[in-house]
Design a protein around this ligand. Structure first.
Ligand code: KIV
Length: 515
């Protein structure tokens, strides 16, 4: 029988904890539901101890996830493990993932602990986690810079205390495939009780080797891959789920393994994570980049037209890429919209469906041709709630080369209609100054990004605005056929999220320090 590789997705933990990728509860639930529907085996839903918001997200994901194991990260501390246990309590299949550094550089400078003290801590914290669930993962942070004898001792200790998965993180993205292969082989051969645990990989992409390293580990005996959608994660990111899964799928001749992933969901997940984080993937990104299936040169086009296999090693359909066909317009009714949404892989409850349908009708009034990409952006984008403290109302902009650039903007701020006219150096600057006049704030604008959802001059613009407010990094999103309206909506969205984040009193900076 073909062996199965466990796909452990950490988009909502390692991915979310990297700059600019923070998601609110509603967005985390959207991503978690889509991951579960795609067939990932484990969802690392967050780091419950990090903040009240993280705890609530892990707890809510644990409650609703139908198939996947739901996991929370926890440092080697009693309070962390107890908080993680509380957060995952409602899960059908709960897991606690606890970790401790093992490398000399971390122990000497960061933790100031001896090897022996760390072994004792591993034994006691894993044993504590096992009191709450029989599914416990233990990670040796900075494993690839740890002497192999000590690393094997640490894994032996963790398994003896009850760890059922042992993870070998390349925390700083330092290793290379041959070396990582040898390390996993050594662990397999030298840890006496290794048959009682699954070996896992967790590779950062600092040298661009995360996917190659994860696959080398699988060849050496690892059976769990930790990865993220679009490869988001600390610094240069993490192993990209779509790359490892499609390699296993495409090169079955080399890798005799299966995964539980329905690969046709990959594009939807990629677009969803892009939409909620505002981090576009580069055009030439493997599998999910805009050019991944585009053939430009004459000789390639000629070959593909004669036989797709001449230049395509996998089909666009296998990753869920629908050829951008005209799908809907303003005459399309509720029934057609429902069918199309289902075909695109969404399952919406009654309220979410009604809300999406209303926004579809609004869009169809402005844009003649509505493509699959428009519908995906529409369903995945956050619906403005009437309860938001700031609501967009109207905008008139004067721009061009004659006269001053001005924005006349009306907002509803805490239930009150307010209008102001502001000048700026350019129309976007004028719009943002108008917003700042109506909603005075100290947050700093760090990113303004516009992305066309489809091609053509009537395409919807998707705008991301990133604000920083002390340690907080907040992304706001807005889409509209008018780029300036989309920009205003994105800025307002960021300000609404900022106000909500301030209510989540815990500070997330301690999280960034430790993992
Ligand atoms: O990179 C790392 O070492 C981690 C562990 C906590 C798995 O994220």
């Amino acid at each position: 029988m073909t062996e199965r590789i466990i796909i452990f997705d950490t988009t909502l933990r390692d991915g979310e904890q990297s700059p600019g990728n923070s998601m609110n509860l509603e967005e985390k639930l959207l991503v978690a539901d889509a991951l579960d529907a795609m067939g990932v085996d484990v969802i690392e839903a967050g780091f419950a101890m990090a903040s009240n918001g993280d705890f609530e997200a892990v707890h809510a994901i644990a409650k609703r996830t139908k198939n996947a194991v739901v996991c929370s990260l926890a440092r080697a501390k009693t309070a962390d493990i107890e908080r993680a246990a509380e957060a995952i309590k409602p899960a059908k299949h709960p897991r606690i993932h606890t970790f401790m550094s093992t490398s000399p550089i971390h122990l000497q400078y960061q933790f100031r602990m001896s090897n022996e003290e760390v072994l004792e801590l591993i034994a006691s914290t894993v044993a504590l986690a096992r009191k709450y669930t029989d599914n416990v993962e233990w990670s040796a942070m900075d494993a690839t810079r740890t002497p192999v004898d000590y690393l094997c001792k640490a894994f032996e200790t963790a398994i003896k205390a009850g760890a059922t998965t042992v993870n070998v993180p390349d925390t700083v993205g330092y290793t290379v495939p041959d070396e990582y292969y040898d390390l996993i082989t050594a662990i397999k051969n030298r840890v006496p009780n290794i048959d009682k645990a699954v070996i896992s990989t967790h590779c950062q992409n600092d040298l661009g080797l995360a996917t190659a390293n994860s696959l080398a580990a699988v060849r050496a005996g690892a059976r769990q891959i930790e990865c993220t959608i679009n490869g988001i994660g600390e610094r240069a990111g993490n192993t990209s789920l779509e790359e490892v899964v499609m390699t296993l799928h495409t090169r079955k001749d080399l890798y005799h393994f299966t995964t539980g992933i329905n690969t046709q969901h990959i594009m939807r997940l990629s677009r969803l994570v892009t939409a909620v984080t505002g981090q576009q993937v580069q055009n030439n990104k493997a599998i999910v980049g805009a050019n991944a299936f585009a053939h430009e040169s004459g000789i390639h086009q000629d070959g593909v037209l004669k036989h797709a296999g001449t230049y395509e090693i996998m089909t666009p359909e296998s990753v869920g890429l629908t050829r951008s066909n005209l799908v809907m317009g303003k005459h399309s009714g509720r029934h057609a919209f429902k069918d199309k949404i289902k075909e695109l892989g969404f399952e919406l409850g009654d309220n979410a469906f009604e809300d999406a349908f209303a926004r579809f009708k609004e869009l169809a009034d402005k844009k003649k041709d509505i493509y699959d990409e428009d519908l995906i952006a529409l369903v995945d984008s956050r619906a403005t709630s009437k309860a938001d403290p700031i609501l967009f109302s109207a905008l008139k902009v004067v721009c061009g080369t004659i006269g001053k650039q001005t924005a006349e903007l009306s907002l509803i701020v805490n239930g009150k209609n307010e209008t102001v006219t502001a000048e700026g150096s350019g129309p976007v600057d004028a719009v943002f100054k108008a917003i700042k006049t109506l909603v005075p704030h100290e947050a700093k604008l760090k990113l303004y990004q516009v992305h066309g959802v489809t091609q053509g001059t009537d395409a919807q613009a998707e705008v991301t605005v990133r604000l920083t407010d002390g340690p907080r990094i907040i992304n706001g999103h807005g889409s509209d056929t008018d780029t300036l309206v989309a920009s205003a909506k994105a800025y307002i969205d960021a300000l609404c999220r900022l106000q909500a984040a301030r209510k989540d009193v815990e500070d997330i900076t301690s999280v960034v320090d430790v993992a």
